[in-house]
Design a protein around this ligand. Structure first.
Ligand code: AP5
Length: 188
């Protein structure tokens, strides 16, 4: 049963790889960023509260995210597996996820950590900003997202590595090569 967590800085390719793998494994790709962007687009209560943080490149407060994950993992399509992208994002979210997965008896396989240098990330996301107009893909906000990543999310690398649940992959190669490296470490 496929249950994976994708970790890595903004623009590392988490969404790209998670999307591809979810189609191959026929399990949902659950991206908290995508869920939040849809909420913003639909002007829901969640979206109205989240937009300020997202535009600033800050993490949305945990109280807006934790219940969302609990509800999403309880949906029918997630019972047979899932790929998480963008969650957990800090130690508090990781601890919450541990407790939730124990409660619903859904252990995960491993955490895939995509490694990409900052200058590559900035170039990828500035390009995406020009092509797709995502509001947080401006150079100054990308740099801030990277700072937030270092401070809040990067500690999860040691958190999962110390439990021998982390697999690191070089994300600075063509998408197909990252796919291949992923296939070597993940059972699909
Ligand atoms: P989120 O949507 O999670 O954004 P992110 O982590 O900044 O990730 P990205 O989507 O920018 O990058 P990615 O690693 O998925 O790369 P992608 O495949 O897209 O979060 C956005 C915001 O929502 C956060 O800032 C926060 O405010 C909020 N949020 C979300 N989750 C939260 C949580 N749990 N708690 C609190 N707040 C939360 O690729 C990027 C680009 O690179 C694309 O153009 C792609 O085509 C290209 N690319 C991908 N792979 C390659 C490759 N190998 N070679 C060349 N180009 C590539």
């Amino acid at each position: 049963m496929t249950r994976l967590i994708f970790l890595g800085p903004p623009g590392a390719g988490k969404g790209t790889q998670a999307d591809n793998l979810s189609r191959n494994c026929d399990v949902p790709h659950i991206s908290t960023g995508d869920i939040l962007r849809a909420a913003v687009a639909n002007a829901t209560e969640l979206g109205k509260k989240a937009q300020f943080y997202m535009d600033a490149g800050e993490l949305v407060p945990d109280e807006l995210i934790l219940n969302l994950i609990r509800e999403r993992l309880a949906e029918e399509d997630a019972l047979a597996g899932w790929i998480l992208d963008g969650f957990p994002r800090n130690v508090e979210q990781a601890t919450f996820l541990d407790e939730l997965l124990k409660e619903i008896n859904q252990p995960f396989e491993c955490v895939v950590n995509l490694e990409v240098p900052d200058e590559v990330i900035i170039s990828r996301l500035v390009n995406r900003g020009k092509e797709e107009g995502r509001s947080d893909d401006t150079e100054s906000t990308i740099r801030h997202r990277l700072e937030v990543y270092r401070e809040r999310t990067e500690p999860l690398i040691d958190f999962y590595r110390s439990r021998q649940q982390l697999v690191s992959i070089d994300g600075n190669q063509p998408i197909e090569d990252v796919n291949e490296d992923l296939a070597k470490v993940v059972q699909v």
